[in-house]
Write a new protein. Structure first.
Ligand code: ATP
Ligand code: MG
Length: 496
């Protein structure tokens, strides 16, 4: 009976820890580490626009997952505590992937400014007229003189891709350039050469303020640069450690036990890295539930995390991850998977598991993925070729031979769709461009060893061989989504 209740306690504690960590790893997009100079720069620009009514524009540039969006969120969160964001400013968020043409962007701007009623059925001649009407509405409405508008343009490069006029950018930068209205335009992108995409008229109105965020330079000025591995290890500890509300309370009362330095370190980290209240309220989580976390249990858990961080297997796995990617989002997704696998029967994290998740995430079997992405027709051709190679002892095959095997199968199965020959040829050529099949080198040409049989023979008669191992095809067939049963059957029964 006593044992059962102990089990229950472990089960609830583990579930609480798991819940807490999941929120911390995935939902917290406000807490920001490092890059203090860049962050201050963004903070300064936004604050000056909102408080002093200045006009500014800037580009935030950095690779995927380096924290550009998080930086902006953290600045907005800080500003919301200092100024009356709701009344003094309007934040308009646009995304180049979503607002792919200016009309859609304008519609969204109007909606975010809550000016749909003011615009009504009004028709505007140009984009500029429409924008200036919106801005004038802001200036005249309300009792304050003017509201500042902060434009956040995510995926900025998509606003300047070819085939799209840059009217939106031109007009926004024009307002900031002429200081017509208090406005701050921040473009966020991962393309370092984005300036080259801008039209001349847009470029001339942009402030040329570039704020670069490089993942490896996450140090305070004057400090020695940290390696990516060190940063990842630190992030691992910070993200997986759980704060101890009771311990802090005890400390306040002066009744705390003497602590090891390691525990103190964790506490110092935790005071900074608990989930911000706005994140908890966004996720509709009641923070008081985490007070039920047991002191002893949390201490054991944190000690487990620290031992994990110093485990050689973990260091090796993280080193591998650093080699493949600097995207922290990927790292967080890996930690999320690890935490999700925790259960009352397995209340810990296994170093080997971390390693295997990293392997699966960053170094997947590309060929299997490639085969899985083929169309049914293309996969059928690969299967036809595999059978042909088995029958003819690995002799290379041309298109006609593959087609013959495929047609034989298609005729035998009335459910298989009849496909016109040019379509099949196109699918065959696609397989070649994906390098799933490779032309066979001509051995008789001594003058030009790089030449393939291709150049002299009609394309239907060029000889090809499979460039992917049979094991990969088997794996792909096994895991292919919605593969017709007869194709599956055909794969395993070559003679048909
Ligand atoms: N310096 C940092 N401090 C805190 N969290 C960070 C930091 N850098 C990255 N992250 C975390 O990594 C994840 C990805 O960050 P974020 O979405 O801000 O990247 P991004 O630069 O905007 O990427 P993208 O180019 O794909 O938009 C987030 O969960 C974020 O919390
Ligand atoms: Mg982003």
């Amino acid at each position: 009976m006593v044992e059962l209740s102990a089990e229950n306690v472990i089960s609830t504690q583990i579930k609480l820890i798991r819940k807490y960590l999941k929120f911390k790893i995935i939902e917290d997009n406000v807490s920001f580490r490092g890059h203090s100079q860049e962050r201050n720069h963004v903070y300064d620009l936004m604050k000056r626009s909102i408080v002093n009514g200045e006009s500014h524009s800037a580009l935030i540039i950095g690779p995927r997952g380096c924290g550009k969006t998080t930086l902006i969120n953290s600045v907005l969160s800080e500003l919301s505590k200092e100024v009356d964001l709701e009344n003094d400013a309007i934040i308009v968020k646009l995304n180049g992937l979503i607002h792919h043409d200016d009309k859609i962007a304008l519609k969204s701007i109007t909606a975010q400014m809550q000016l749909e009623n003011a615009v009504g059925d009004r028709v505007f001649g140009t984009f500029a007229e429409n924008l200036s009407f919106l801005l004038s509405c802001l200036q005249s409405s309300g009792n304050r003189s003017a509201k500042s508008v902060v434009f956040l343009l995510q995926e900025f490069h998509m606003f300047c891709k070819t085939g799209r006029t840059q009217t939106l950018l031109y007009n926004l930068f024009d307002v900031t350039h002429n200081k017509q209205a208090p406005m701050c335009v921040l473009g966020v992108t991962n393309q370092i050469d984005v300036m080259e995409l801008l039209e001349k008229r847009v470029k001339s109105r942009f402030s040329h303020r570039h704020i670069f965020i490089f993942p490896n330079e996450e140090t305070e000025p004057g400090a020695t640069p940290k390696s990516r591995l060190d940063t990842y290890t630190e992030v691992l500890v910070q993200l997986l450690c759980v704060p101890c509300a009771k311990r802090v309370e005890e400390k306040k009362k002066g009744r705390g036990r003497k602590k090891s330095t390691a525990t103190e370190e964790i506490e110092a980290d935790q005071s900074e890295l608990t989930i911000p209240p706005e994140v908890l309220s966004r996720c509709k989580v009641n923070p008081s539930q985490f007070k039920e976390l047991d002191l002893g249990f949390v201490e054991d858990w944190n000690a487990h995390v620290l031992s994990l961080a110093s485990d050689e297997r973990v260091t090796d796995a993280l080193e591998k991850l650093c080699y493949y990617t600097v995207n922290e989002q990927i790292f967080r997704n890996i930690l999320f998977q690890l935490v999700s696998q925790m259960s009352p029967s397995k209340p810990f994290i296994d170093a080997g598991e971390l390693d295997s998740i990293i392997d699966k995430t960053v170094a997947p079997e590309h060929r299997v993925k490639l085969l899985q992405s083929l169309s049914i027709l293309e996969l059928s051709l690969v299967i036809a070729m595999k059978h042909g190679l088995e029958i003819f002892d690995g002799q290379p095959m041309n298109f006609e031979m593959v087609l013959h095997r495929y047609t034989k199968f298609a005729n035998a199965n009335s459910s298989a769709q009849t496909v016109p020959r040019p379509v099949i040829l196109k699918a065959f050529e696609h397989l070649q461009s994906l390098e799933i099949i490779m032309p066979v080198r001509s051995t008789d040409s001594i003058y030009n060893p790089g030449e393939t049989t291709a150049s002299r023979v009609q394309k239907e008669y060029k000889l090809y061989t499979l460039a992917v191992p049979v094991d990969d095809i088997t794996e792909a067939v096994k895991t292919f989504k919605a593969l017709p049963t007869e194709i599956n059957h055909w794969y395993y029964n070559s003679v048909c």
